[in-house]
Ligand binder design. Structure first.
Ligand SMILES: [Zn+2]
Length: 499
């Protein structure tokens, strides 16, 4: 949705991010700057990309089918395997953890008055309240509180672990990166699997996506990356992405810069599906989204705002298997309705926001851009898609201007309810739905055998969606995220930035 000529996004500074980029860096075609953060934060030309692709479960790239095929025995087998390796991969939870007399959002519905027991990083039982906990257990009072699966942000861009720590401290325990530098992210992923960053959210990544020479995001700051030229072998390009660690492929099909041909778009989808992986596509306009669905992508990233949704688009979506991650947080900002400054000073968020992230969150997009966009078209499209039964996922496109890790997912939940999703439906969009669609079958739900990635909040988000912001605690595989450590790091980051 951004125009390519808007080039004033603040970038992470070297003190805060190893991908140093000058502030308010003008971005020109062909320009390169050092670092994976660069083109991500600076996605000031339309959006970013989207994702799709098969998800590996920890180190093991388990084949997953298209979302429509995930059911029955296949799901069961994957679940067993993923839980087995999950349990082996991260440092162990030492004592049983019991949430007593707590309301539970189990990924689908609210269950009243439950006791949830966690052992060895996994949910061991969900029973009626009043069951006597083991003597060795750490017991947490759940009265007046709601326990949810750790939230999942289905569209972010990450640089290094500090981004993931900010997310986790604010209740987001898994993120899906939708284009990042594999030379940074694949080693980071392995470190997290080894338990080296206990306060960091888990993630999956698209790594380098598919675009053409001089296509988006080659105009943005960032390291060199391979592109798909006119005569290039599409299958070889796709295979190279998965070989270097991409969990799924993201396609850029956006005509504001040179882009893939329709033939390349179709060939990419076929090549990814040939490898039994997922493929998602960045949508700029309604017509591009339509072509992407017809090509057979598994997911559409962003939601168009150029025109009111057409009957043709809706009918195509209904027969397509694509899920939608509308990223309303950034669409709203591009549409001239910023919320970042209010979110940034909310005392429930502010202590955990990194210095550079704070600056990006409070960056307003210029009117020369926003006046070209029509948020009401985006809202109407999401409402129509949801009413037609299309699966909607919660994603934020952090850290683009007016958005940030963790913070914006709480806002995204609110924005989804403003498009007609019930509170429970919005919560599904940030828990069970992305877990199911991206093959993260070990999480996203609270039931026996799932990963104990948990978020405890005051109040009842099924009645007031803003209750997810009142965080009591966050756990990753049964181990508490040390929110005070994250806050300390954030405070240092802000201080360094001021000096
Ligand atoms: Zn993006």
């Amino acid at each position: 949705m951004f125009n390519g000529n808007l080039l004033t996004t603040p970038q992470p500074q070297s003190a805060d991010c190893n991908l140093s980029i000058a502030n308010h860096l003008p971005v020109k075609a062909g320009m390169k700057t050092p670092g994976a953060c660069g083109f991500l934060y600076g996605s000031v030309s339309r959006f970013q990309f989207s994702v799709g692709g098969a998800i590996s479960v920890l180190q093991f790239s388990l084949p997953i089918g298209l979302s429509a095929n995930i059911c029955g025995m296949k799901l069961g087998l994957r679940l067993v395997i993923s839980m087995l390796f999950s349990a082996l991969s991260v440092r162990a939870q030492s004592k049983p953890l019991v949430f007593n007399n707590v309301d539970v959002f189990d990924g689908y519905h609210i269950l009243r008055g439950r006791t949830v027991t966690v052992e060895d990083g996994m949910i061991r039982s969900v029973t009626a309240a009043g069951v006597r906990p083991p003597d060795s257990a750490v017991v947490i009072d759940g009265a007046g509180r709601t326990l949810l699966p750790g939230l999942i942000d289905a569209h972010v861009h990450i640089g290094r672990e500090e981004s993931l720590e900010q997310a986790a401290a604010l209740g987001v325990t898994t993120v899906l990166d939708m284009w990042g530098d594999p030379t940074t992210l694949i080693p980071l992923k392995k470190e997290i699997e080894r338990g080296e960053h206990p306060n960091a959210a888990d993630f999956r990544t698209a790594g380098t996506g598919a675009t053409v020479p001089r296509g988006h995001p080659t105009q943005m700051a960032g390291p060199e990356f391979p592109t798909l030229g006119a005569g290039d072998n599409v299958q070889a390009f796709v295979d190279a992405r998965f070989a270097e660690g991409s969990d799924y492929l993201k396609i850029i099909y956006d005509h504001f810069l040179p882009t893939l041909s329709a033939e390349q778009l179709h060939a990419l989808v076929l090549a990814v599906h040939k490898r039994n992986k997922l493929v998602v596509a960045h949508e700029g306009t309604q017509s591009e989204g339509l072509e992407e669905m017809r090509a057979g992508v598994d997911g559409i990233e962003h939601i168009f705002d150029d025109t009111p949704i057409s009957r043709e688009f809706l009918d195509t979506a209904v027969v397509s298997h694509a899920v939608f991650t509308p990223t309303l947080s950034i669409i709203q900002a591009v549409g001239g309705k910023p919320t970042g400054s209010v979110l940034a000073t909310d005392p429930r968020f502010e202590p955990y926001i990194l210095g550079w992230a704070f600056q990006i969150l409070t960056t307003k997009l210029p009117e020369s851009l926003t006046k070209k966009h029509h948020y009401e078209n985006a809202q109407a499209a999401v409402r129509a898609l949801h009413n037609a039964g299309i699966t909607i996922l919660a994603g934020t496109d952090s850290p683009n201007p007016d958005t940030s890790y963790g913070v914006s997912l709480h806002q995204e939940l609110l924005l989804l309810t403003e498009c007609g999703l019930s509170n429970e439906e919005a919560l599904r969009a940030a828990t069970s739905s992305p877990a199911r669609e991206f093959g993260l079958v070990d999480r996203g739900r609270i039931e026996t055998g799932r990963r104990a990635d948990l978020l405890l909040v005051k109040g009842d988000p099924s009645k007031d969606i803003r209750a997810t912001r009142d965080i009591v605690g966050v756990w990753k595989m049964g181990i508490a995220i040390h929110r005070e450590e994250v806050a300390k790091r954030a405070a240092e980051s802000r201080k360094n930035r001021q000096n």
